[in-house]
Design a protein around this ligand. Structure first.
Ligand code: T1G
Length: 644
């Protein structure tokens, strides 16, 4: 039987089994069954001496079919059980070679390890990213990997979920040979050199020193705080060195099943598909062709401007940057130089790559030098009049078809478009600080922004390795609009008696990277004070803090006492808050952590519902993606609008 996703044919004395299940050759129902049938057909054919398994299209198997998981969780599908099928591959009486290219991930790598040998194109990535879905490998990966690469390297792959290159995989013993050029021909030639199968399960394990395991455990606790899967993966991989193979498989299956049925996998799979859902825009016709962005240009060399310049340089796009103050431009170019020198020093980039990237950022004396740019982004001060003036000048110098974007975090894009003669080319590109680190990009659509310009922005975001979410043009767009009431709720808890650090701790224990009051200190309490004054809004206790000289991290004192990035409680703050609340006649009470979380996240969700009703966000999942990738909301909780 040849299922249409898997076919096989003989190449003289080697049977070639080809998987063709686009777009990523996922192990959808019937695919692994087809592979097993092909392998066993080869074994039964006396003309065949070995079998090669290869993927058609852009990649080998990229994993189990994640779309099946919600059906399994809902009980509509039986639990995943790939092990009996993989065992039939591993027990084949003739050598089985897995030919890898693209991304051999999760169940894909596990299938490859059930094969006897592996060859790979040098560009292949191999990994067990299951923890990024709140899972652990569920098809023998935790038991076969240690037998091929040793416990310590198996832990690296399974606990953190990051891929390795084919070269590393050869060095580690995970891949037997690299193939340049025609992968199939190379794999068939390799298969002809083999005399016998080599079952991975029979290989001996290289143990890991206890202190190495402990270091990985501590790192997982720190980097993946609150997540169950990484520490589960650690225990199950270590069990490979204790149990025999079948006991280890059974242990892995039990832990895998409990995680798959748990809340964190549901949430992280929601985020996985959400990251792909947000690029689907009903108002951009499928046939819309994005414009080409060969050169970018930035107006404003402050923190955001220079951070955005890094994004383009890192993505291979030449970028100019200018600033009204020559000293600021000089400082920015020095900062860029230092940034890449630092990356080389800390072995984050090879020297020649760092030099290439730094060379893509060039200073310009004035905006008039931006005539060749395909995209100009202004990142000047959040002053509507200043920005309108910059847009008018951008409009004068930019070539036809050049996108004119603002990095504004709140201002009206239509007002900026009105300063130009080309409103269709105007949009918001709201980067999040630090711009070269945070993956979120809010793409703000003005009333006249053309679908082609939006399509261009989405394609650009992909090149910059950003997660782009389209937002409607209303004050604060999606993220900042919701952040305001969320922070106000936290401040109200303090005004009513909760200690600031208790409020932040409750939110951080829930899973957010940083509590809302500490975030306010990073932004600067005086910024909020100026906005309240400008808008004639009522005073809050933060105004009292500003009056005592507490402006935030920038001057070492805000809600917290700051030494660099380290914050500590400041008893003086409690006195200011209590005095202010007493003067306002606010009754004081105690709060449980649960009450603090419910009040703050309740305010966040309530504003999220308004953002949806007003059409500022297209879907609830768009809001989840904004908060996971822009505000440190834990992916293992799914996002503020996710209700499991
Ligand atoms: N299952 C189902 N669909 C998948 C998929 C998967 N594993 N991977 C990708 N897709 C879809 C994706 O939703 C999108 O669909 C299209 O393919 C292109 O994806 C038993 C339990 C492989 C690096 O975690 O990392 O195996 O939106 O836009 O940028 O132990 O996809 O077009 O309709 O991301 O070129 C483990 C997840 C699963 C890999 C390609 N494997 N995928 O990136 O394309 S769990 C993973 C990726 C598992 C075993 C366990 C990436 C990619 P649509 P894309 P890309």
């Amino acid at each position: 039987m040849m299922s249409n996703a898997v076919t096989w044919k003989r190449d003289l004395d080697v049977l070639v089994v080809t998987i063709d299940n686009p777009p990523v050759n996922a192990l959808s129902p019937g695919v692994l069954e087809g592979i097993v049938e092909g392998v066993e057909a080869g074994v039964a054919d006396e003309e065949v001496r070995a079998v090669v398994v290869i993927g058609a299209g852009k990649t080998f198997i990229a994993g189990a079919d994640i779309r099946e998981f919600p059906k399994i969780m809902a009980g509509e599908r039986p639990m995943l059980s790939l092990n009996p099928l993989l065992e039939r591959i591993e027990n084949a009486a003739k050598p089985v070679v897995m030919a890898l290219h693209g991304t051999a991930l999760g169940g894909g790598l596990e299938t490859a390890m059930a094969g006897h040998y592996r060859v790979a194109a040098s560009s292949t990535q191999l990994g067990q990213p299951e923890v990024k879905l709140g899972l652990i490998p569920g098809a023998g990966g935790t038991q076969r990997l240690p037998r091929l690469v040793g416990v310590e390297r198996a832990l690296e792959l399974c606990v953190f979920g990051n891929p390795v290159t084919a070269k590393e995989a050869v060095d580690w013993g995970l891949v037997d040979a690299l193939v340049d050029g025609d992968l199939l021909a190379g794999a068939v030639a390799y298969a002809r050199t083999l005399q016998a199968p080599r079952r991975t399960r029979d290989l001996t394990i290289e143990s890991a020193p206890e202190e190495a395991i402990e270091m990985i455990r501590e790192e997982a606790r720190r980097r993946m705080r609150g997540q169950a899967a990484p520490l589960s993966a650690l225990e199950v991989v270590c069990a490979a060195d204790i149990f025999d193979f079948d006991e280890g498989l059974a242990f892995e299956a039990r832990i895998f099943e409990s995680l798959l049925k748990g809340p964190q996998a549901k949430a992280m799979i929601h985020v996985f598909f959400g990251e792909r859902e947000v690029v689907k825009l009903p108002f951009v016709p499928k046939e819309t062709r994005p414009r080409e962005i060969r050169r970018a240009a930035i107006v404003g060399a402050g923190t955001m401007g220079r951070g955005i310049a890094l994004c383009f340089a890192n993505a291979g796009v030449p970028v100019q940057i200018t600033d009204a103050a020559p000293a600021a431009l000089g400082a920015a170019l020095d900062w860029v130089k230092h940034h890449y020198e630092h990356a080389v020093k800390h072995k984050r980039l090879p020297a020649e790559e760092a030099a290439r990237r730094a060379g893509r950022i060039t200073g310009a004396r004035a905006l008039t030098e931006f005539g060749e740019a395909d995209l100009i982004i202004e990142a000047v001060s959040e002053d509507p009049e200043v920005k309108r003036g910059v847009f008018a000048e951008m409009d004068r110098v930019a070539r036809p078809g050049c996108l004119l974007a603002s990095n504004t975090s709140t201002l009206d894009i239509d007002a900026l478009a009105g300063a130009t003669g080309r409103p269709g080319d105007v949009l918001g590109l709201h980067f999040f600080s630090p711009a070269s680190v945070m993956r979120l990009l809010e793409v703000v659509r003005g009333a006249e922004t053309s679908p082609e310009v939006i399509a261009t922005a989405m394609e650009l975001a992909r090149r910059l390795r950003k997660v782009a979410v389209v937002a409607g043009n209303k004050f604060g767009f999606i993220g900042n609009r919701m952040f305001a009431p969320y922070r106000e709720a936290a401040i109200r808890c303090v005004q009513e008696g909760a200690l600031p650090w208790v409020v932040d701790q409750a939110i951080e224990n829930y899973g957010l990277a940083m509590g809302p009051l500490a975030v306010g200190d990073l932004a600067g309490l005086d910024i909020g004070r100026a906005i309240r004054k400008e808008a004639g809004m009522p005073e809050t206790v933060e105004d009292a803090l500003c009056e005592t000289g507490r402006l935030g991290q920038k001057n070492g004192r805000g809600w917290y006492h700051w030494e660099g990035n380290r914050r500590s409680a400041d008893p003086g703050v409690e006195q200011v808050v209590r005095a202010w609340s007493e003067k306002q006649g606010i009754a004081q009470r105690t709060f449980t952590a649960r009450e603090i979380v419910d009040r703050c996240l309740g305010a966040l969700r309530a504003e999220g519902r308004k953002v949806l009703e007003e059409g500022v966000a297209l879907r609830a999942v768009d809001i989840d993606i904004v908060y996971v990738h822009g505000y440190g909301y834990p992916a293992w909780r799914g996002g503020p609008m996710f209700d499991g």
